[in-house]
Ligand binder design. Structure first.
Ligand SMILES: NC(=O)c1ccc[n+]([C@@H]2O[C@H](COP(=O)([O-])OP(=O)(O)OC[C@H]3O[C@@H](n4cnc5c(N)ncnc54)[C@H](O)[C@@H]3O)[C@@H](O)[C@H]2O)c1
Length: 266
C-alpha cells in the first residue's frame, strides 16, 4: 500500500517507517524535521497543519502513483497548553482529512492515546465503549481528533482507525508499564492490521501488547486483525517499585491523571 506516515522522524514514526516497509508497504515520510539519515527522497519536510503544503504533498503523491492511506502520528506527545494541543492534534487531523477528501484517499490510521480515557478509574476491563474521559488537555485534543475521524467516516465514507496507544517503548520502565506497554514489533503489527483490514469504517482499538497484567480490551483490535505477540511480563523482574506506583495505578492515564497535571485552561 502507498502510505504516508506523518511524524515519521519521531520515536514511533522511525519504527513504523522501517517496519511497514519490511511488510511490503510503499512508505513516504512527512515531518517538520528533515529526514533522518538513509531516508532518501521519499520524504516531505512539511508542517502538517499547513493546509497548502499538505495539499501539495497529496498532489505530488497523486502524480507519482497515488496514495492509499495515511498514518497520522505528528503531534505533541505530551501535555501542553489547550491552544497548542488543539492545534497540534485537531487542526492537523482536519488538515489531513480535508486533503484526503480532495485527493480521494480512503483510509487513515491515527495515533490517539489512552489519555482520551485517562480519567477512567481502573477496573477489571477497559472497553472501547467507555465514555470519552480525558485526563489532560492532551487527552481532550485526542478525544476531539477521534470525533473528527468519526465525522469524516460518516460524511465521506473514509475508513478511520484510532489507536489508543499505551506506552510505546523498547521495554516497559514502570509498574504501570507492565500493563500499558506497546512493543515496537506489536506497534508495527497493529498499524499494518489497521491499514489492511477490510472495511473497518470508524474503529477504535487499544494499542498495547498482550501483557499478562493488561486490563484493556484487545477484542476490537483482534477483530481488525491485530494479534499482539509480546508481553511486558518478561521484564517484570527488572522494574523497581516506586513511591508513585500506587497513585499511578488509580486511573487509566496513570501519571497524567494525577494532580501534577492540573492547570487552568486559560
Ligand atoms: N509514544 C507513546 O507512548 C505514545 C502513546 C500514545 C500516543 N502517542 C501518540 O503517537 C504520536 C507519535 O508519538 P511519538 O512518541 O513518536 O512522538 P515524537 O515526539 O517522538 O514524534 C512526533 C513527531 O511529529 C513531528 N511533528 C510534531 N508536530 C508536527 C507538525 N505540526 N508537523 C509535522 N511534524 C510534526 C515531530 O517533529 C516528531 O518527529 C503522537 O501523536 C502521540 O500523541 C504516543
Amino acid at each position: 500500500m502507498r502510505t504516508l506516515v506523518t511524524g515519521a522522524a519521531g520515536s514511533i514514526g522511525t519504527v513504523l517507517v522501517s517496519g511497514l516497509t519490511d511488510r511490503g508497504h510503499d512508505v513516504f515520510g512527512l515531518d517538520r524535521s528533515t529526514a533522518p539519515d538513509g531516508y532518501g527522497d521519499r520524504w516531505y519536510t512539511v508542517d502538517v497543519t499547513d493546509t497548502d503544503a499538505v495539499d501539495a504533498v497529496f498532489a505530488d503523491l497523486g502524480r507519482s502513483g497515488g496514495l492509499d492511506a495515511v498514518v497520522h502520528l505528528a503531534g505533541i506527545p505530551d501535555e501542553a497548553s489547550l491552544t497548542d494541543e488543539l492545534h497540534s492534534h485537531v487542526v492537523s487531523t482536519a488538515t489531513l482529512l480535508d486533503a484526503m477528501v480532495a485527493h480521494g484517499v480512503g483510509r487513515i490510521v491515527y495515533a490517539s492515546s489512552n489519555h482520551a480515557v485517562g480519567r477512567t478509574p481502573r477496573s477489571e476491563l477497559l472497553t472501547t465503549d467507555v465514555r470519552p474521559r480525558p485526563d489532560t488537555f492532551y487527552g481532550v485534543a485526542k478525544v476531539a481528533a477521534e470525533a473528527l475521524l468519526s465525522l469524516y467516516a460518516d460524511r465521506h465514507a473514509i475508513d478511520a482507525v484510532a489507536l489508543r496507544i499505551g506506552s510505546f517503548l523498547p521495554q516497559p520502565e514502570t509498574r504501570r508499564g507492565l500493563s500499558t506497554w506497546l512493543s515496537h514489533d506489536d506497534a508495527v503489527r497493529m498499524v499494518h492490521a489497521a491499514l489492511v483490514a477490510p472495511d473497518p469504517g470508524y474503529a477504535v482499538i487499544y494499542g498495547v501488547s498482550d501483557n499478562t497484567r493488561g486490563w484493556w480490551d484487545l477484542g476490537p483490535g483482534r477483530t481488525l486483525g491485530y494479534e499482539p505477540q509480546d508481553d511486558a511480563e518478561a521484564f517484570a523482574d527488572r522494574i523497581p517499585e516506586r513511591d508513585e506506583d500506587d497513585v499511578e495505578a488509580g486511573h487509566v492515564g496513570g501519571p497524567f491523571a494525577t494532580e501534577r497535571y492540573h492547570r487552568p485552561a486559560r
